[in-house]
Design a protein around this ligand. Structure first.
Ligand SMILES: [Zn+2]
Length: 289
């Protein structure tokens, strides 16, 4: 089976993107995995610090690895937004396939300094692991938002600039870069997040020289996704839409049968809802008609 690095290189070549979906439990994982299997496309499972604490760092690593091995299928695990070098080391030690150190709220110098420690540790422990850095603050939580999070970079002057991206990648040696290009974590109540700056994505991609990751994919229009992928985005993160679908799916299943107490029955509604979101997004990202 191809490793994650070469799958990402392939996706870049073909101008498609690998979908990255967050989970908090095994049922969401099942929904996402079955969607990827149906479409025969690779998929990355993400766990934030909160999600992996709930799941268990070693437990989610074991579960994703068991799916990959049993089905001989390209499913990989990423330590999403990790805010400390210690947290990154823990995920590397647990056998994650990719890690993100998020120093977007630090000064550029401090972000580079801590990022370098993460890259050095990851390389020494596992040369195959991918390390991602973040430049530009895009808000911090995957929820339904009343307004744009305070401090988030959405005006052109605040977006990540190409020169800084180049400096950051050269200084740290990261494999992947997540810039602020008009994207936000979370989804605005209106259902429509601000437009992406596609020109900026192209500039950053050229200057940085590494594949780009688009965070906060929930609420972005299909047209913006297609343009962002063509411009050099190779991984797209979806979390809020998965959470929303899961909650609604379970809620409906419980309302439909108020007497049901078997989790393997009433949870099916949540699994199906997550599957459907992941299926639609993976089709779009992979250019499947
Ligand atoms: Zn993110």
């Amino acid at each position: 089976m191809q490793d994650l690095r070469s799958l990402i290189a392939d996706a870049q070549e073909r101008k498609v993107a690998v979908g990255h979906f967050n989970v908090s439990d095994s049922e969401q994982l099942r929904g996402i995995f079955s969607a990827a299997q149906e479409l025969a496309v690779p998929v990355i499972i993400g766990v934030s610090e909160g999600e992996r604490e709930f799941f268990g760092v070693r437990q989610i690593a074991a579960l994703v690895r068991s799916l990959r091995e049993e089905h001989d299928f390209p499913v990989f695990l990423n330590a999403d937004h990790t805010y400390s070098v210690e947290g990154v080391k823990k995920a590397v030690d647990a056998g994650f396939d990719a890690v993100i150190f998020d120093g977007a709220k630090l000064s550029l110098a401090e972000n580079i300094e801590q990022m370098k420690q993460c890259v050095a540790y990851a390389r020494s422990a596992n040369p195959a692991i991918l390390v991602e850095g973040e430049l530009g603050y895009i808000g911090g939580s995957s929820k339904i938002l009343d307004e744009v999070p305070s401090g988030a970079a959405i005006t052109d002057e605040l977006l990540t600039n190409a020169a800084e991206a180049q400096q950051f990648v050269e200084a740290t040696g990261v494999d992947l870069l997540a810039p602020a290009v008009g994207n936000l974590h979370g989804m605005l109540k209106s259902g429509k997040n601000p437009n992406l700056n596609i020109g900026r994505i192209s500039e950053i991609r050229q200057a940085a020289g590494v594949p780009l990751v688009l965070h906060g994919g929930s609420g972005i229009s299909d047209e913006d996704f297609r343009a962002a992928i063509t411009a050099g985005t190779t991984i797209v993160h979806i979390n809020t839409e998965i959470r929303l679908a899961y909650r609604k799916g379970i809620q409906i299943a419980l309302q439909d049968d108020r007497e049901e107490i078997a989790p393997y029955r009433f949870m099916k509604g949540g699994v199906k809802a997550v599957h459907d979101v992941a299926h639609a997004r993976l089709k779009l990202f992979n250019g499947v008609a």
